[in-house]
Design a protein around this ligand. Structure first.
Ligand code: DGJ
Length: 304
């Protein structure tokens, strides 16, 4: 799979799973992401495609992906629904809750002009869906645009979301069932305007790779580190290495997943004029002996 290009599933169709996440449930990897398989809507303030839903793909080797359908589907019947095609549904992330036995999906829920700035939540008994929409809201009464969720080693999960009109990254603890925030939150990285957060933990340190805010256009990724999820996150450097590292290889962070003890960064390579053809990359993350991060460019993703 050529990094930076659109990828194809085992049936030869383009993979529609943008702004997504890869997570292992049982012995299968699941890839959830935005189905953007329609035309850009003409004259939008921000380039967008109508909401189709959240796709689900499965794989055993992270290379051969089978389309499992829409895990969460747009709601065409109700123009007021946050799932209506005319809205924005981005960056879906899924967690499994051990206590309830439910799969919980969080996503950025917005109006076409991106001024609603909410987080959406849906749940399912089955990782392939169908996910049932629960609510969209401003977590802790804070605006919420780009986001991710992160399950800590003790099973407590957190929502990381760009807030204060993207001026800060907010870290909000989730309720035990993962379907809401529990009221405890902090605003970190003040005035840094980071979005597209992606997280992992290694050897006593949490790492967050994020992008700057330049709409669909690439900019420099930066990583931040902190020994505590709700502590004082510190921006360190751009971890990318190689040609076009300063514009994240024309990509933007989507998620970091772990496979067989190693960490991998997923990138979206947006094509603003025809979002449906936006490409993907998966790149290994190196944690150096001095605890700094390096993400070298690789032409191809060959799996693990
Ligand atoms: C940047 C975000 O990272 C994307 O998910 C999307 O919201 C675009 N902005 C829209 O311009």
């Amino acid at each position: 799979m050529k990094n930076g290009q659109i990828w194809y599933d085992v049936d030869g169709n383009d993979i529609q799973a943008h702004g997504g996440c890869i997570i292992k449930f049982g012995n299968l990897y699941y890839w959830y992401g935005e189905h953007k398989g329609g035309p850009n809507v003409p004259n939008s303030k921000v380039e967008r495609v109508d909401v189709i839903g959240v796709s689900c793909y499965t794989s055993q080797d992270l290379v051969n992906w089978k389309y499992e359908g829409l895990a969460l589907e747009a709601d065409k019947s109700d123009p007021e629904s946050p799932l209506h095609p005319s809205k924005v549904l981005e960056r879906p992330k899924v967690l499994y809750n051990e206590k309830t036995g439910k799969y919980v999906m969080w996503f950025h829920s917005d109006r076409a002009d991106y001024q609603f700035a909410r987080a959406g939540v849906a749940i399912s008994d089955n990782p392939k869906g169908p996910f049932v929409f629960l609510r969209d809201f401003t977590p802790n009464k804070q605006d919420s645009r780009d986001m991710t969720v992160y399950k800590d080693k003790d099973g407590v999960a957190y929502l990381f979301h760009s807030a204060n009109r993207n001026k800060t990254m907010n870290v909000a603890r989730l309720t035990e069932d993962y379907t809401n925030v529990d009221g405890l939150f902090v605003s970190v990285l003040p005035d840094q305007e980071r979005e597209a957060p992606a997280l992992f933990f290694y050897d006593g340190m949490y790492y967050m790779i994020s992008s700057g805010c330049t709409s669909w256009n690439p900019n420099a990724a930066l990583y931040a580190e902190c020994p505590h999820l709700m502590g004082k996150w510190k921006l360190i450097d751009n971890p990318l290495e190689g040609k076009d590292a300063r514009i994240t290889f024309y990509g933007q962070s989507a998620y970091i997943f772990e496979a067989e003890g190693a960490f991998y960064l997923m990138l979206d390579h947006w094509k603003p004029d025809s979002l449906r053809y936006s490409g993907y990359s998966i790149l290994p993350i190196k944690v150096n002996p001095d605890k700094t991060l390096t993400v070298p460019w690789q032409e191809e993703w060959l799996g693990i």
